[in-house]
Design a protein around this ligand. Structure first.
Ligand code: DI6
Ligand code: FE
Length: 394
């Protein structure tokens, strides 16, 4: 055996719960887990043996919804809002999502990578080993591709798995004002074929201030025609049943979901579409409508949690904080919160075979924590107890 970690408390996430194993051992070879379980049956010798001294090991954390690559930030706009400016005034003065689009267009691919690295490092410092990154602030074919290339380049700069998602239908660029159908034509005919080799999934913003369900369905159909997986920003601000639309198309996930109905989450459960909850955006926008977590439980809809890191509505780079907010704001249990950033986040990215649990055959991505009770990871606010992070067995 190449490596074993001994004397650990394992939260394998393998059995529908936390899968806790005391005095557990993880063994790895060629970057994959070959054993995760009680010490009795574990391989006894290895080239490298690490005594974990009773620490908790979880799967490496997975942030399954981010807009980590973007130019600039909107701290000044937020300061204006705190001082009383209305969102519409800021948008009319060229602010809002369009100001991020402008900063992103002005940035080179290298600039975007440099700007994203400190945010990525903050996530990595909390034990994140897999991250999804969306485009969606370029809003032209060239700038959307530049964002996707920047997302992929990040994986060459740090030991992290990056899943790039094409989100061309995020907002309407100024060039297409008053003609959103023409912009969707461009997304479908031009952008998706060009993005297909760079992205694993396609997302869209299904919302009154975004794109209609009919427009999103055109995007989804084009994505599927190019062999790409599908995700959808749905039911964040209003109920359009975008999440049920996503489920009908076998989407990996529908995300936000504050305004989702019982019918929506039932459709998602049946299709295996994961509900990705984003408490950072809910908190930062001071929303009050809670996602229907009880209905999700009743129907067996899988729940994931993510940062939604973006400069407008969720400027957070702490997935640990999302664990706490998922619990305090949305009422998730410790088990639900922790499964939401591991096994269910993996499912939201279509990576359930590869990551998200401590099981033989999975990639050996580990987070080793200076805690013994998993509840401590959800309980603390603004405290990072990561002891060590292992990516691909390293
Ligand atoms: N939902 C959001 O909350 C963000 N995008 C989305 O689809 C907003 C992005 C921004 O304001 O920059
Ligand atoms: Fe988002």
């Amino acid at each position: 055996m190449e490596q074993i970690w001994t004397n650990a408390r394992l939260a394998t996430m393998a059995d529908g719960s936390l899968g806790l194993i005391d005095k557990g051992v993880v063994a790895a070879k060629d970057g994959r887990i070959v054993y995760a379980g009680p010490a009795d049956d574990a391989p006894a010798t290895a080239a490298r043996i690490t005594d974990c001294e009773g620490r908790l090991i979880t799967p490496g954390l997975i942030d399954c919804h981010t807009h980590l690559v973007h130019g600039g930030n909107r701290a000044n706009e937020w300061a204006m809002r705190l001082a009383g400016a209305r969102y519409e005034d800021i948008a009319r003065a060229g602010g809002g999502i369009v100001s991020t689009m402008r900063a992103t267009r002005e940035a080179s691919e290298a600039d975007l990578v440099d700007a994203a690295l400190p945010r990525l490092d903050a996530l990595i410092a909390e034990g994140v080993t897999t991250i999804e990154i969306k485009s969606g602030y370029g809003l032209s074919t060239a700038d959307e591709l530049k964002m996707l290339r920047a997302a992929r380049a990040l994986a060459g700069r740090r030991a992290v798995r990056v899943e790039p998602t094409f989100l061309g239908a995020h907002a309407l660029p100024p060039e297409y004002q008053n003609d959103s159908d023409a912009y969707i034509d461009l997304v479908v005919a031009d952008m998706i074929p060009a993005a297909a080799p760079l992205a694993t999934a396609v997302d869209a913003f299904c919302e009154g201030i975004g794109f209609s369900p009919a427009q999103c369905e055109r995007v989804i159909e084009a994505a599927k025609a190019h062999g790409l997986a599908v995700k959808l920003h749905a039911e964040q601000l209003s109920a359009l049943s975008g999440s049920a639309l996503a489920a009908r198309h076998g989407a990996l996930s529908a995300d936000h979901l504050e305004h989702a109905t019982e019918e929506d989450v039932r459709a998602m459960a049946e299709a295996g579409t994961v509900a990705v909850l984003l408490p950072g955006a809910y908190y930062f926008m001071r929303e009050t409508k809670l996602p229907p977590v009880d209905a999700m439980r009743r129907h067996g809809t899988r729940i994931a949690l993510a940062t939604d890191n973006n400069p407008g509505t969720s400027p957070t780079t702490s997935l640990l904080l999302m664990l706490n907010m998922g619990a305090t704001l949305f009422g998730l249990t410790v088990v639900e919160a922790l499964r939401g950033v591991t096994v269910n986040a993996a499912a939201a990215l279509g990576l359930g075979e590869d990551v998200g649990t401590l099981e033989p055959g999975k990639v050996c991505d580990l987070a080793i924590w200076d805690v013994t009770d998993p509840a401590e990871l959800v309980y603390r606010i603004g405290f990072n107890p990561l002891h060590q992070r292992i990516k691909d067995g390293q």
